[in-house]
Design a protein around this ligand. Structure first.
Ligand code: PLP
Length: 284
């Protein structure tokens, strides 16, 4: 693969960052994941806006304008011949000369790394036809989950816990209510109403979430943004998750209990179709 590091396009084996990089020492960095379908970037604008917000909340200098970031995305898609796949953009506070808790001076350049993952047939994942199983785990992450930081240790542990339990993913629960999935936003459907956690510092403001809710409302579906429990989810007609890498993914089992008929429901299936169709049309 060709990757991008601090102004250069390099073979992945030659790309390097400092051992003093604060991303490595302190998880002092943010990231974005943008999907590519048919060679086009899906929702790039949403991802670059959220990146801007994540950087500003952490007072990390924005390394370049969105136009330049778009150019790098496009260049990597071209150089790696990506038809369907993902692009990761990682930005850290950079590498001062030594380890220190205090933020470094303004002369320290943020570290910018982008790399691609080729995923042929990303939109035709077999899991979308069967649905996935989730378990619930306590949400013990930090209090600013609205910032997309590289602190992914607990989500990574959550996926391992799910795997160990014979499931595919985990939904995190705080004070009795579901916050979100380890790397996706969580939804349930009751009758024709779509229910998903309201925005706040407790969850990541998913770019796919924003698009899916917009399409749902345009299609005259009812949307309620509120907290829900695991019990309410198990008794719901449908459940699903959304993210840039899975789009709309039906959830058919929660903590061993089947949701609805135990197969992907009509609302999730329809939203997946609409999302894929509309976002392909708007791809950059
Ligand atoms: N919630 C968490 C914790 C995530 O890590 C992600 C994506 O990585 C999402 C939600 C979904 O966000 P998006 O739709 O922007 O990919």
């Amino acid at each position: 693969r060709t990757v991008y590091v601090n102004g250069e396009y390099l073979p992945e084996t030659e790309a390097k960052v400092s051992i003093f990089d604060r991303g490595f020492l302190m998880a002092d960095g943010v990231y974005e994941v943008t999907s590519v379908l048919g060679g086009k970037l899906i929702d790039f604008e949403g991802h670059s806006k959220r990146l801007e917000r994540s950087l500003s909340e952490l007072q990390i200098r924005k390394p370049m304008e969105n136009e330049a970031l778009l150019e790098i995305h496009r260049e990597l898609v071209a150089r790696n011949g990506i038809e369907d796949g993902l692009i990761y953009m990682q930005i850290t506070r950079g590498a001062p000369g030594d380890r220190d808790f205090a933020f470094p001076s303004d002369e320290t350049e943020p570290t910018v790394v982008l790399f691609t993952q080729s995923k042929p047939g990303l939109a035709d994942s077999p899991a979308a036809k069967t649905g996935i199983k989730v378990i619930s785990i306590p949400d013990i992450r930090w209090g600013r989950r609205d910032i997309k930081t590289v602190q992914l240790l607990y989500p990574s542990m959550g996926k391992m816990m799910a795997k160990a339990a014979g499931a595919d993913d985990a939904w995190m629960v705080e004070e009795g209510a579901v916050t979100e999935g380890t790397s996706n936003n969580a939804y349930i459907v009751k009758g024709s109403t779509i229910i998903t956690r309201q925005l706040g510092k407790e969850i990541l403001h998913g770019i796919t979430r924003a698009a899916v809710l917009r399409f749902a409302r345009e299609a005259q579906m009812k949307v309620e943004e509120r907290a829900f429990t695991i019990e309410e989810a198990q008794a719901a007609d449908e459940a699903f998750v959304t993210s840039a890498s899975t789009f709309v993914m039906p959830v058919v089992e929660i903590d061993g209990a089947s949701v609805g008929q135990g197969t992907p429901g009509p609302v999730a299936t329809r939203l997946r179709e609409i999302y894929l169709e509309e976002s392909r049309k708007a791809g950059l």
